[in-house]
Design a protein around this ligand. Structure first.
Ligand code: AHG
Ligand code: MN
Ligand code: MN
Ligand code: MN
Length: 322
C-alpha cells in the first residue's frame, strides 16, 4: 500500500516564506542525519569512550561530542545568512560573517545525553534559530526564537520541529533518506501521572523539589491523590520526546551541586529550544519562578533549572512554598 508522504522539504516549502530559512533548516536536518550515522557506527569506528579534552562546562568530551559539533558547524556555515553560532562544545561565540551579511543565530547542543552513547541508549541534538536583535547582541532572547527543534537518535531517527504554531515530528526513512511527516501535531496534555527526574540528586535538592517528589511518590493516599510513575533516561532529548508522545513532566531543578552554576542544563541550546517546543505543544516550561523563555541570557553557557511539560504539574511545582 502506498501512503501519501509529506517530506520535510515539502513541509518547509509550504510553511516557511523565507527561502534562506528553509535552506538553514534543511542543512540542520542533514547534519542530524549525518550525526545519526556517526552515532550508529560509533563502536565500529572507534568513536566510543572519552576524548582528551574538556568543554566549557568542565565536562570531559567524547569523540562524538566533537564530531557532532564539526558536522553541525560545517552544515550551518553553508547557509549564506547564518551569522552567529553558539555551541555547547565551544567556549566562544562563533561570528561566521558580519551582521550586514547574515542575520541568523543558531544555538545548538550537537549531541545531548552523551553519557548514554557507549550504552547504546537514545541520544539527540537540540537547536534554536533566531534573528540577530536590532542592537546586534549575539545572545538571543527566548521569545525571539523563530524555529526550535531536536533530533532523537533512537530505534528510529526523528526530527521534531516548531516554527511557532505547531510541533511536528518527521521520521527518517533510511531507505529513501527522506524525513517523512509522521507526527503532524504533537501535544502535551495538561495533566499527567508520570514525572522524570534524577532521584540520585535528592540529597542536594532545594525544599521545593524535595516536596514535589515526596508528593508524587506518596501514592493515591498522599496529597496528590494518585500514583505517579517515574522515568529517567539521562538524555534530555529522550525524556522530553517521551513527554511529547505520551505526556509527563521533566525536572532538573536547582540542587546544591549546581546552585553556584545556576543549574545543570544550559539556557541557550537546551532549555530555550525545549521551552519553545513545550509551550507550542500546549505545555509549560519554567525555571521554578518564571517562564524559561522570559529569562534573559547574559552569557553563552548560562545554566538554568528546568521544570517542563504538563501545564498543571509545572503550575503545581511553582505553587509549592520553599
Ligand atoms: P549533554 O550530554 O549535552 O552534556 O547533556 C546532558 C544533560 C541532559 O541531557 C540530561 O537531562 C542531563 O544532563 C543528565 O544529567 P544526569 O547525569 O544528572 O542524570
Ligand atoms: Mn555535555
Ligand atoms: Mn545536552
Ligand atoms: Mn551535548
Amino acid at each position: 500500500m502506498t501512503m501519501n508522504r509529506t517530506t520535510l522539504n515539502a513541509y518547509l516549502e509550504q510553511e516557511v516564506s523565507d527561502p534562506d530559512l528553509v535552506d538553514l533548516i534543511d542543512r540542520i536536518a542533514s547534519a542530524c542525519w549525518k550525526i545519526s550515522q556517526v552515532v550508529r557506527d560509533a563502536a565500529l569506528n572507534g568513536h566510543q569512550g572519552q576524548a582528551q579534552s574538556i568543554n566549557p562546562q568542565g565536562e570531559v568530551q567524547k569523540p562524538i561530542d566533537l564530531l557532532a559539533d564539526d558536522i553541525f558547524r560545517h552544515s550551518c556555515k553553508q547557509n549564506d545568512r547564518t551569522s552567529v553560532l553558539i555551541s555547547e562544545e565551544v567556549e566562544e561565540i562563533t561570528q561566521l560573517r558580519p551582521s550586514q551579511q547574515g542575520d541568523f543565530v543558531v544555538a545548538y547542543d550537537p549531541l545531548d545525553g552523551s553519557s548514554n552513547l557507549d550504552v547504546d541508549l537514545s541520544v539527540g541534538s537540540v537547536f534554536g534559530v533566531s534573528r540577530l536583535a536590532k542592537d546586534l547582541k549575539p545572545l538571543p532572547a527566548g521569545r525571539a526564537l523563530i524555529c526550535s527543534g531536536y533530533a532523537i537518535y533512537g530505534p528510529s531517527t526523528m526530527l521534531v520541529l516548531t516554527l511557532g504554531t505547531r510541533v511536528v515530528g518527521f521520521t527518517l526513512d533510511m531507505g529513501s533518506e527522506d524525513y517523512v511527516l509522521t507526527h503532524p501535531d504533537m501535544r502535551i496534555p495538561a495533566d499527567t501521572a508520570e514525572f522524570a527526574i534524577n532521584m540520585s540528586c535528592a540529597p542536594h535538592w532545594d525544599a521545593r523539589a524535595a516536596r514535589y517528589v515526596e508528593q508524587c511518590v506518596a501514592g493515591p493516599d498522599g496529597a496528590r491523590g494518585k500514583a505517579f510513575n517515574m522515568r529517567w533516561t539521562a538524555s534530555m532529548v529522550a525524556d522530553i520526546h517521551r513527554i511529547l508522545i505520551r505526556g509527563g513532566v521533566f525536572l532538573y531543578p536547582m540542587d546544591a551541586e549546581n546552585a553556584g552554576l545556576g543549574g545543570k542544563l544550559r539556557l541557550l541550546y537546551e532549555a530555550f529550544p525545549m521551552a519553545m517546543i513545550a509551550e507550542v505543544a500546549g505545555g509549560s516550561a519554567s525555571n521554578g519562578k518564571a517562564d524559561i523563555l522570559d529569562v534573559s541570557a547574559e552569557t553563552p553557557h548560562q545554566r538554568t533549572s528546568v521544570i517542563l511539560g504538563a501545564q498543571n504539574e509545572v503550575q503545581h511545582f511553582q505553587s509549592l512554598t520553599l
